[in-house]
Design a protein around this ligand. Structure first.
Ligand code: ZN
Ligand code: ZN
Length: 440
């Protein structure tokens, strides 16, 4: 940090004259580092696949560099509230990505033309509008000086973060380089995973347990109340939008109130097992033969519309799954009692439902042996179930050849469960994807 004398408009004018070309250089360097980062690391995919601690490390490196090298040093941080490690870590790294993309887009032209660039900010632009009386020439100069200081600091920060990432890629062996390598090896899968993570909600929704509406669907000033007995005794929050809703729901809630944490498990709320599951990119809609548009929710991956005549047993299975969308499958034990299967882990759930939809709706009826194999592994030891019982059910549902197909599969991949392999494959290109998704 250099010494700056702010006394007198004349001195300030001289200082500004010196400073402008310095900041132009600095923004050019930041823009160049950013371009290089995006090109060399496929940063738009890599950024969200990285572990949070890893992202945090590089952000801190950038911040440290900016505090050390920028003209105003650490003091400039007060001028850029948008540049904090905590804000950049939001949305699974997506906030950092958006900030970088915004900078790159908006600075391209000024950098090309070699003129001064100022990061657009409502907060900063509004700083002068608070002043009612006409501002003096000196105030104007001070404002320009601070704007330059702010932008110089932001440029140092961006350049510092980029160089920190790039340095690790160049050295190889680090976390960043292993993710970059995996992303380059299987770009399509990595991009899908990154898109899915970007769509992942940060928090579960709050819905009224009575009318089932979320904050967005209610009047803007609605304040949720929680059942105080459940909160006090169970530390469990059951939300209501009004006293009326709480009263109406009492006939249902009274049997559990204060005794057991039971909610309606409304979609998107903490009780909904897939609230934290990322959406799959829209192109899966075609692959899964789904109507409508936009990204695909796990809940959309039902039994599907059959392209063949389902057996009576498979019709019953489909009806049970349609009626209970949180269930992944129903097995029937030796005495014919249904056993409800729910897969907790999101990637596995997605792989299972993808395969299930194929088997239950595609004319080729492929893949039924895949999930027979998985269910035998995870449910085979359940009382009343076992390989034979499960295979008998699958034969009724999908045809007598399921057992044979399973044997072929087992020969092809001895000791492996194909569905697990599919799920693991998703995690390979981003070593942290699984952890990220499981942090719900
Ligand atoms: Zn309500
Ligand atoms: Zn209660």
């Amino acid at each position: 940090m250099r010494d700056i004398a702010l006394s007198g408009g004349g001195g300030l004018q001289v200082l500004l004259r010196e400073l402008r070309p310095v900041v132009v250089q600095s923004q050019k360097a930041a823009h160049g580092a950013l371009t290089s980062l995006f090109q060399r690391t496929r940063f738009d995919t890599t950024c969200v696949l990285l572990d949070e601690a890893e992202r945090s490390k590089h952000l801190l490196n950038g911040l440290e560099k900016a505090c050390k090298e920028a003209l105003l040093g650490e003091d400039a941080r007060a001028l850029c509230p948008e540049v904090t490690v905590s804000s950049m870590l939001k949305e699974w790294g997506n906030a950092l990505l958006k900030f970088f993309q915004f900078f790159e887009e908006t600075s391209s032209k000024p950098v090309e033309q070699g003129v001064l660039y100022s990061l657009p900010s409502d907060w900063w632009d509004g700083a002068l509008s608070d002043v009612t009386k006409p501002i003096s020439r000196n105030d104007e100069l001070v404002f320009e000086f601070l704007t330059l200081g702010r932008n110089e600091f932001i440029c140092y920060f961006i350049r510092g973060v980029c160089l920190s990432f790039l340095k690790e890629v160049a050295q190889e062996g680090g976390e960043v380089s292993s993710v970059v390598k995996a992303v380059c090896e299987d770009t399509l899968v990595a991009e899908s995973a990154a898109l899915a993570i970007k769509s992942r909600p940060e928090k579960p929704l709050i819905r009224c347990e009575g009318c089932e509406k979320s904050a967005e669907e209610l009047e803007p000033d609605t304040r949720f109340m929680v059942c105080s007995t459940c909160k006090a005794k169970l530390n469990f929050s059951l939300h209501y939008c009004s006293q009326k809703c709480q009263k109406d729901d009492w006939c249902m809630h009274r049997m559990h109130c204060g005794k057991k944490a039971v909610s309606k498990c409304l979609p998107g709320t903490a009780g909904d097992i897939i609230w934290g599951a990322p959406q799959l990119p829209a192109f899966y809609r075609e692959q899964f033969n789904l109507a409508g548009g936009g990204p695909v929710d796990l809940a959309d991956l039902g039994p599907g519309t059959p392209q063949f005549v389902r057996s009576a047993a498979l019709q019953r299975q489909a009806a049970m799954l349609e009626a209970d969308k949180a269930a992944d499958y129903f097995l029937f034990d030796a005495s014919g009692e249904p056993v409800r299967v729910v897969i907790d882990e999101h990637i596995m759930k997605a792989a299972f439902r993808f395969v299930r939809m194929n088997a239950m709706s595609r004319a080729e009826r492929k893949m039924s042996e895949y999930f027979a194999q998985y269910l035998i592994k995870v449910m085979g030891a359940h009382p009343g179930l076992g390989r034979d019982v499960i295979l008998r059910q699958f034969a009724e549902e999908y045809g007598d050849d399921v057992g044979e197909k399973l044997e072929v599969l087992e020969k092809k991949l001895p000791g492996e469960v194909l569905l697990e392999r599919m799920a693991n494959g998703l995690t390979k290109m981003g070593p942290r994807v699984m952890n990220l998704i499981q942090k719900s």
